[in-house]
Design a binder for this molecule. Sequence first.
Ligand code: DP6
Length: 331
Amino acid sequence: MNKAEVVKLILKDRPTNTKLESATAFAPTNIALIKYWGKRDCAINLPVTDSLSIALANKGATTKISLIDQAEDEYWVNEQLMAADSAFSTRLNAFLNLFRFQRYHFKVETKINIPIAAGLASSACGFAAVVKALNELFAWQLSDAELSILSRMGSGSASRSIWQGFVHWQAGIREDGMDSHGIALKATWPQLCVGLAIFNSAKKSIGSTEAMNRTVATSKLYSAWPQQVSNELAAIKSAIANHDFNALGMISEHNALSMHATMLSAWPPILYAQPETLSMMNLIWQLRDQGLPIYFTQDAGPNLKLLFEEKASDEIRLQFPNVEIIRPFTC
Ligand code: DP6
């Protein structure tokens, strides 16, 4: 099965023309607390394991897609025209090739309010916003699960960026991946905060796709990963249901560090941490020893995302003056 076949399956009987000139949609970025790391099918981004994320409310991508009468697409990010031969344009162009029905060309104007490619899931919200905007443009009226599957054709983690709140991406078992999509959890947690501690907005040294493929292919530690994810997923779901913050923090931090351990044991090794990453980890562990309930998670980049509850926010601001605090359930 390839991406074009998946798109065909989802869009059978759906309109391929439109009277609209453009449509706009927003998708939040998401931070995985239980990580997606490894694919069972690279062609259509089917994961080895389930994963679970939290959406970052109003942080994400707002994307307008217009049909244009030109020979080439045009991509704008934060009001800057992207060079046609840039990695960004090449990836988005390949994705949009799946939706050109009547030989359409598209102008895509995206506003992203998080640093791009610094491990803050800008591609996740980016692809999800494109899919949502196309759904509006062509009036497909797809279900959220179908939007999630189409977003997965752009990037695995994009399948979780359709919803706000906690999202569980089920790996599924089908070869066509029709059971591999996000499911929103009903739970809310108004006190929960995510702190974005961005000290490095540089482009990552190695992209997540290549990093996870290399890990699966070469890391001896990877064989322990699926069982760990399965145990931690069950445990974090119960922590969420009981608003047990220490359990949620501990499971998330442990899951992230274990994912990075699999990367360190890959060959050639992959290390996203920078000196500032390690200083911040040490500070977080020290503060926790002193009684402050704070944990972190880390993705395919050097920046950490802090996890804490509202009552700790004054102390967090004091300790991390540059941190941006997101309240996923209250704004
Ligand atoms: C570390 O979704 O970027 O952020 O499917 O190859 O596009 P592709 O990978 P991507 O990987 C995200 C990896 C992660 C963990 C996560 O978000 O679950």
